[in-house]
Ligand binder design. Structure first.
Ligand SMILES: Nc1ncnc2c1ncn2[C@@H]1O[C@H](COP(=O)(O)OP(=O)(O)OP(=O)(O)O)[C@@H](O)[C@H]1O
Ligand SMILES: [Mg+2]
Length: 152
């Protein structure tokens, strides 16, 4: 668990992740409405070198950007009652990095190996990040994030 005391901490963790991701990485971002998934994604994308403004993909579901690596930003909120496959596998294997908000709604299409960040709202600017990894590569990413100053 990482104690996040401020927006600045969220930014620092997103930047750290952006430095270490590689092609075909898939990062799941879960947490309630307003937890900070899109905010994290915006910091992440910027640190990955995206120049365009990163907006919430809630309505489009998938938005793609150019950065150090191509960046696919997904928000599967609107797929809660659907089991439509929007070609997820092709996105995951396109030599890009993919961040998925509300990934639980496409559970069946997710790769087995991935990093998951669960954002829990504590109070106005405070959050707790719970990080889970499946696969050796993602275990390493998790270790890098855990090295954050304010970690237990
Ligand atoms: N430490 C923090 N980390 C992330 N967001 C924070 C933090 N502190 C305050 N916030 C604020 O909380 C809000 C989070 O909104 P955001 O749109 O990122 O949530 P979300 O999880 O994407 O919600 P949704 O499920 O509706 O898409 C923003 O207004 C952001 O500025
Ligand atoms: Mg969002």
């Amino acid at each position: 668990m990482i104690q996040v005391e401020s927006l600045e901490t969220t930014k620092r963790i997103a930047e750290k992740l952006a430095q270490v991701v590689s092609e075909n990485d898939v990062i799941l971002l879960n947490g309630d409405l307003g937890a900070g998934k899109t905010t994290f994604s915006q910091y992440f994308g910027k640190a990955l070198g995206v120049k365009r403004t990163i907006n919430s993909p809630t309505f489009n579901i998938i938005k793609s950007y150019k950065g150090r690596l191509p960046f696919h930003h997904m928000d599967c909120y609107r797929l809660e009652h659907s089991d439509e496959d929007l070609g997820f596998d092709e996105y995951f294997n396109s030599d890009a990095v993919t961040l998925i908000e509300w990934s639980t709604f496409i559970q069946d299409y997710l790769p087995e190996e991935r990093l998951e960040i669960n954002i829990k709202y504590i109070e106005e600017n405070k959050r707790v990040f719970e990080i889970k990894s499946v696969g050796q590569h993602y275990n390493q990413l998790k270790e890098v994030l855990k090295d954050d100053d304010a970690t237990d």
